[in-house]
Design a protein around this ligand. Structure first.
Ligand code: SF4
Length: 337
């Protein structure tokens, strides 16, 4: 038995994601039985999945892997918040406190990779959840999935804010030897105040950078995405410079950045957060984010500053992966590569 509480009395048969959605629709998350709150307020629900490989459109990659749903890191800008709404859960507290664990994920993935129709395309890992959030220490779904990719010699890029990724440097290196493997550590800023406000459940930014150092020293191709840069919180020239310098000092192989975008549940959540914490900023934000993206001029200005800083501190821009043929509209976190 796992040593942390689950939402359901699971019995022999794990509920599917649809079962979970139905229960929540009927009675809210309070209707989920056997629920206890962990010290960190998260509740975990084991579910079974029918597929692991997820096809996406409009991204620089076609296939993604996400062994968990929801993320205890709880970043206020997280675009994945809006996906929780599909399960009748809200994009606010429930995104960060009700985590679905796809218990049979690795077995399903191994079967899918074995199919004759699978041609070994590039896979983006961790695009809608953090695959190294704390519960990974228990389930090891991410580690075991990478082992499956090594066996099938399948290229992969992985994004995380979790220093736990260093635990898996052996399998990451093994994958690099037989296919290709890039680790994108997400460190939007090293500014402590912005970090505490925006990413309440994540490891300290310098801890993440130390993880990058450890991966690079071990021979893993690892760099940093400053995604997303959040206007007013982490966008000043001084904060950008401190962050790029720290990234360079930790030996990252590359740095990239994108300015935050907002849509659907993520937009609603972020605006509520601003209203609560920084009400005087709301009118400016509503103007800046009349649309999904901040105005192009603004984004170009930020990207321009980062280019200058890359040169100043001698850290490369992120190289385009072979599967990326043309630049795409900048997005944030997992979508921005
Ligand atoms: S941005 Fe990443 S780390 Fe933060 S809540 Fe979303 S999935 Fe988790």
């Amino acid at each position: 038995m796992p040593s942390f509480p689950l939402l359901f009395d699971l019995g022999a048969q794990k509920p599917t994601t649809r079962d979970v959605a139905n229960v929540v629709r009927a009675g809210g998350t309070a209707a989920l039985t056997e629920a206890e709150r962990r010290a960190d307020q998260a509740r975990y629900q084991e579910i079974t999945c029918r597929s692991a490989l997820n096809r996406v459109k409009g991204m620089p990659f076609e296939w993604t892997l996400n062994p968990y749903r929801g993320c205890t890191h709880g970043c206020h800008y997280c675009y994945a918040r809006r996906y929780h709404v599909q399960f009748e859960m809200n994009a606010d507290d429930e995104f960060a406190s009700v985590i679905l664990v796809k218990k049979n994920f690795v077995e399903v993935l191994a079967r899918e990779l074995d199919r004759a129709a699978w041609s070994g395309e590039y896979i983006a890992f961790g695009t809608a959840t953090d695959c190294y959030q704390p519960i990974e220490g228990h389930y090891k779904l991410t580690r075991r999935s990478i082992e499956a990719l090594v066996r099938r010699r399948n290229p992969m890029g992985l994004i995380t804010k979790g220093p736990m990724v260093v635990r898996d440097k052996d399998v990451l290196l093994a994958l690099a030897k037989v296919a290709s493997c890039t680790v994108y550590m997400s460190v939007p800023t090293v500014d402590e105040h912005a970090w505490e406000l925006l990413e309440p459940g994540t490891a300290h930014p310098l801890q993440r950078l130390r993880a990058v150092r450890e991966l690079v020293d071990a021979g893993v191709y690892a760099g940093v995405l400053m995604n997303p840069i959040v206007p007013g919180f982490s966008s000043s020239a001084a904060k950008l410079e401190r962050t790029v310098k720290a990234i360079a000092d930790h030996g990252a192989k590359f740095v990239g950045c994108n300015v935050m975008f907002l849509e659907d549940g993520t937009r609603a959540h972020f605006m509520k957060f601003l209203e609560r914490e920084f009400p005087s900023w709301l009118p400016r934000y509503e103007k800046l984010y009349e649309k999904k993206y901040a105005p192009e001029d603004y984004r170009k200005q930020v990207q321009g500053m980062i280019r200058v800083l890359q040169e100043r501190y001698g850290v490369n821009a992120r190289e385009r992966e072979p599967h990326e043929e043309k630049p795409t509209e900048p997005e944030q976190v997992g979508f921005a590569w």
